[in-house]
Design a protein around this ligand. Structure first.
Ligand SMILES: NC(=O)c1ccc[n+]([C@@H]2O[C@H](COP(=O)([O-])OP(=O)(O)OC[C@H]3O[C@@H](n4cnc5c(N)ncnc54)[C@H](O)[C@@H]3O)[C@@H](O)[C@H]2O)c1
Length: 269
C-alpha cells in the first residue's frame, strides 16, 4: 500500500516528455516526489527533490532509493538510439534501477513499457495483456525483458508492479495510428496515479492508451486498477484533417506496432 500523504515516489527520466507530464499531473496528490534524470530538471516545485545522475551510476541509484516507497521508471534511450544505447539504458539501466529499488526496500515499481511489446500482432486481432508478448523490434523485446524482471521480483520478492504498455504519448494525436494509440498528458498521470494508489496491483501489465474511439485492444486491467481515461483522440480529428492526415481512409498499419521502432542491429547478409 502506497500512501500519497507519507510515501516518497521516485520518478526516473523525469526531465523527459512523460516525466514532465507526470510532474504536472501528480503535483496536487503526491507531496513527496524525488526526480532524477541525466539532464537537469527545470523549475522544481515544493513537492520535488531533484537528482541529476546517469542511470549507469549504480552507486547514485542506490543512494536515491533511500526512503523511497515506489519508483516510476521512465528512463529510456532517445529516438536516435544505437544498439549500445539500448543495452546500456534499456537493459543494464532497467536492471540497475530495479535491483537498486529491491535492495532499497521499494514496495512498488511502475514501468514505462511499450505497445511494441505486442507490436507483431495483426491489427485485426484485439490484443489484451493476457496474450503472450510479440515484440516487433529489439526495443520491444527489451521492454518485455523489463516486464519479465518485474514478474521475477513479484514472485521472489513480493514487489508489486504495473508495466504500462504505452502507445503514442504526445500532447495531441499526431497521425492516423495515434487515433487508436494516443495517450494524453492527463491520462498518463491518471494511469500512474491509479497504479500507485491501488492497494495491491500484484504484477500487472496494462495498455497505456487514452479513451480513444478507435482503440484496437482490450484491457480488463483498466477496471481492475481503477484507471479512467478522460481524453479521446477523436476529439482532435478536425485538427488532424486540417493537417492533411488521412483520418477517413483505410487503416494504414497492418500490425499493432505500426511503424516499427528503429532496429539498430546489422542487416543479415
Ligand atoms: N513517448 C512515447 O510515445 C512512448 C511510448 C512507449 C514507451 N515509452 C517509454 O516511456 C519512457 C519515457 O518516454 P518519453 O517519451 O518521456 O521519453 P523522453 O526521451 O522524453 O524521456 C526519457 C528521459 O530519459 C533520460 N535519459 C536517457 N538516458 C539516460 C541515462 N543514461 N541516464 C539518465 N537519464 C537518461 C533522458 O534525459 C530523458 O529525459 C521511455 O522509457 C520510453 O521508452 C514512450
Amino acid at each position: 500500500m502506497i500512501d500519497p500523504t507519507k510515501d516518497r515516489v521516485l520518478i526516473t527520466g523525469a526531465a523527459g516528455a512523460i516525466g514532465t507530464a507526470l510532474r504536472q499531473g501528480l503535483r496536487t496528490g503526491w507531496p513527496r516526489l524525488r526526480l532524477t534524470d541525466a539532464r537537469p530538471i527545470q523549475n522544481p516545485t515544493n513537492n520535488e527533490e531533484c537528482i541529476v545522475a546517469d542511470v549507469g551510476d549504480r552507486a547514485a541509484l542506490e543512494r536515491m532509493m533511500e526512503g523511497v516507497s515506489a519508483v516510476v521508471h521512465l528512463t529510456g534511450a532517445g529516438a536516435d538510439y544505437s544498439l549500445e544505447d539500448l543495452f546500456r539504458i534499456n537493459v543494464r539501466g532497467v536492471f540497475d534501477v530495479f535491483e537498486a529499488a529491491r535492495l532499497g526496500g521499494v514496495q512498488r515499481i511502475i514501468y514505462a513499457s511499450s505497445n511494441h511489446a505486442f507490436g507483431c500482432y495483426p491489427i485485426e486481432e484485439r490484443v489484451s495483456p493476457d496474450m503472450p508478448p510479440r515484440p516487433d523490434s529489439l526495443y520491444g523485446a527489451f521492454k518485455v525483458y523489463g516486464e519479465a524482471i518485474l514478474r521475477t521480483y513479484f514472485d521472489r520478492h513480493e514487489i508489486r508492479s504495473v508495466s504500462m504498455r504505452i502507445g503514442t504519448y504526445r500532447t495531441l494525436p499526431i497521425d492516423q495510428r495515434s487515433l487508436a494509440t494516443w495517450l494524453s498528458p492527463g491520462d498518463v498521470a491518471r494511469l500512474v496515479d491509479a497504479s500507485l494508489r491501488h492497494p495491491d496491483p500484484g504484477c500487472s501489465i496494462v495498455n497505456g492508451y487514452s479513451a480513444n474511439t478507435r482503440i484496437k485492444a482490450s484491457d480488463h486491467n483498466w477496471d481492475f486498477l481503477g484507471y479512467e481515461p478522460k481524453d479521446n483522440a477523436e476529439d482532435h480529428i478536425e485538427m488532424l484533417r486540417a493537417k492533411g492526415v488521412d483520418v477517413d481512409g483505410p487503416w494504414e498499419w497492418p500490425e499493432h506496432g505500426g511503424s516499427h521502432a528503429q532496429a539498430p542491429e546489422r542487416r543479415a547478409r
